[in-house]
Ligand binder design. Structure first.
Ligand code: SF4
Ligand code: SF4
Length: 73
C-alpha cells in the first residue's frame, strides 16, 4: 500500500469539507479542526496516518490549498 501525507494551507481553507468526502472511506484520514483560522473557518487537517497519496482530496479542493506527497518505498 502506498504511503503519503498532505499539507494544507490552513489560512486559505474555507471549511467546505469537500476533501473529507473525497478521501476513500477505508482511508478516512481527514477531519475538520476544532480551532479556526484567521477568517473564522474550521480548517481541514490530517488526523490519521493512513494516507495513500491518491490525490483525490487535492483534486476536489476548489481553492487548491492541499499539497499531496507520496513517500518512496
Ligand atoms: S491523498 Fe488520498 S488518501 Fe491522502 S488524504 Fe488525500 S484523499 Fe485521503
Ligand atoms: S476542500 Fe479545500 S477549502 Fe474545502 S475544507 Fe478541504 S482543504 Fe478546505
Amino acid at each position: 500500500m502506498l504511503k503519503g501525507f498532505i499539507e494544507v494551507d490552513i489560512e486559505r481553507c474555507k471549511g467546505c469539507e469537500l476533501c473529507i468526502g473525497a478521501c476513500p472511506p477505508k482511508i478516512a484520514c481527514l477531519s475538520m479542526s476544532k480551532q479556526t483560522n484567521k477568517k473564522g473557518y474550521h480548517f481541514m487537517e490530517q488526523t490519521q496516518n493512513s494516507c495513500i497519496g491518491c490525490g483525490n482530496c487535492a483534486l476536489m479542493c476548489p481553492d487548491s490549498v492541499i499539497t499531496v506527497y507520496r513517500l518512496k518505498k
